[in-house]
Design a protein. Structure first.
Lengths: 248, 260
């Protein structure tokens, strides 16, 4: 791949001055690819973490214990009402200072890397919204539908897994799509705690080569591509799960 | 209406088929400070068809929902096959296997096809083999005259068709008693007929049916016994012939004159 495109971009640079160095210099190419790989992992794991938190939180919000409900409410208030960048800085610098260090044979490394902190922080940030999204879905399932399942002798657990959740998920999906897209874009903020994701690595490239506009363009295109793929996937899911004639 | 028969065992072990299959005795039910049922007593024998009529807000739906434990009661006793419903120790699942209910708003599972709606409970609850259940479900769907609609989703069916799927879904659990809670109230007159036809067939096959209904013509033709409730009490009851022609209570007469 690299051998294929390198001559073209080298030529482009020599003739026009447009310096897409990541496509013809092996060192910068590796930097760029590793940035992309880390960004994709960050997006994937943040989404997984936020979904787990969302499902668990929505369940906890319907729990009987007022303490549990209060805790979930406080969590949502705290993380929905503060900027994600501040949250990242808080997790990495405030909490990171208290996490144990591991002896790596002569030097010490924090037990939780900046990459791990970014997943924790972004997962918690996205999760706060997901709790509310899933809750609205659960609440939109009519009591009467649950009652019908109840009168067919289905157990609480069967009603939850076979009736309530499948319907709640469908109702939640459009709002969930919005939030996951937003979360995918927010991962670029991991830059501030030096996670070498694509924004960070391209920043290093343009600092070394003074080709800011070209690299910015690339960064833009990267997010457009990734986020439209994510959105297309979620819309596909939405269409697959759509109920014929429902709600008409 | 038959004489009250008292079953000694709360588990209903000594219940026999010649006793009332459903027996209500002095049932009281309140929502907060509002008392909606103020001492209802009635007996239903196996194979009987009972229609409960009355103005809205008279507690008809509440009454029928109490019979399969969807609503709890504050005082009195409800027995199904000799088993006390108002017993905190009662396993509601055992009760509900005997009593099927069909609702005004159908309440089908919108994410399942008609066939899956009918199959779901027998497979999940009764743990019967899928193949057998499917055979039975297809037969039930044919019985309610919906052949060819097995794979339709509820959203693709008319109200009357959905209601018939709901009846098939209840029947799939092989109940001994069927409750119908104003099942035609949300339907247009055309489709009311097809649903009533299905219920009429059920009744003629000997299914015990308790209906809350506004279909006076249906009550007159199919019911063995008609109950008129108003403000939480049974005002008057009797076999339809007598009930519709010789109602003695002024409230019943007024209600009937408005509706007929």
């Amino acid at each position: 791949m690299f051998q294929l495109i390198a001559p073209f971009f080298q030529d482009l640079y020599e003739r026009t001055g447009l310096n897409f160095i990541v496509f013809y210099a092996p060192y910068e190419y590796d930097r760029f690819l590793s940035g992309i790989a880390i960004s994709l992992q960050l997006i994937f794991w943040s989404i997984v973490a936020s979904l787990l938190i969302g499902v668990f939180g929505a369940w906890a919000q319907s729990a009987r214990s007022p303490v549990l409900r209060g805790l979930v409410g406080a969590y949502i208030q705290a993380f929905r009402n503060t900027p994600p960048m501040i949250q990242l800085l808080f997790f990495y610098f405030a909490l990171g200072a208290f996490t144990p260090q591991v002896d790596m044979g002569g030097y010490y490394q924090p037990l939780i890397s900046s990459f791990a902190w970014a997943i924790i922080s972004l997962g918690i940030f996205g999760g706060a919204f997901n709790v509310e999204i899933f809750r609205s879905g659960l609440e939109a399932v009519p009591d009467s539908t649950r009652e019908a399942a109840e009168s067919l002798c289905m157990s609480k657990w069967q009603i939850y897994t076979y009736v309530t959740l499948p319907l709640a998920f469908r109702i939640s999906l459009p709002a969930l799509t919005n939030n996951l897209i937003s979360l995918a874009k927010t991962t670029s903020l991991a830059y501030v705690i030096s996670v070498p994701e694509v924004t960070y690595s391209l920043n290093q490239v343009w600092s070394d080569n003074i080709n800011v506009p070209e690299m910015m363009l690339l960064l833009f295109l990267f997010y457009i591509l990734v986020v439209s793929l994510l959105a297309a996937g979620l819309h596909f899911l939405e269409r697959r799960l759509a109920l014929p004639g429902y709600g008409q | 209406m038959s004489l009250q028969t008292k079953s000694k065992s709360p588990a209903g072990a000594d219940w026999t088929a010649d006793q009332p299959i459903v027996s209500l005795c002095d049932v009281h039910k309140s929502y907060g400070s509002v008392e909606v049922l103020k001492g209802i007593s009635l007996d239903v024998r196996k194979g009987e068809v009972i229609c409960i009529i009355g103005p809205s807000g008279s507690g008809k739906s509440t009454l029928i929902r109490c019979i399969n434990g969807l609503n709890d009661i504050q005082k009195g006793s409800i027995k199904v096959e000799g088993q006390e419903v108002n017993d905190p120790k009662l396993d509601l699942l055992t009760l509900r296997k005997k009593v099927g209910i069909v609702f005004q708003q159908y309440n089908l599972f919108p994410h399942k096809t008609a066939l899956d709606n009918v199959m779901m409970a027998p497979v999940l609850v009764l743990k019967e083999p899928k193949k057998e259940v499917e055979e039975r479900a297809r037969a039930l769907i044919a019985k309610v005259r919906l052949q060819g609609k097995e794979n339709a989703y509820p959203g693709e069916l008319s109200g009357g068709q959905q209601q018939r799927v709901a009846i098939a879904r209840s029947l799939a659990m092989r109940p001994d008693v069927m409750l119908f809670d104003e099942v035609t109230a949300a339907l247009d007159p055309e489709t009311v007929k097809e649903v009533l036809l299905t219920i009429r067939e059920l009744a003629s096959e000997g299914m015990t049916c308790i209906l809350v209904t506004h279909e006076m013509g249906f009550a007159r033709e199919v019911a063995d016994h008609v109950y008129f409730t108003d403000q939480g009490v049974i005002v008057e009851h009797g076999p339809p012939r007598q009930f519709f022609t010789k109602a003695s209570d002024p409230r019943t007469r007024q209600f009937l004159s408005q509706i007929l």
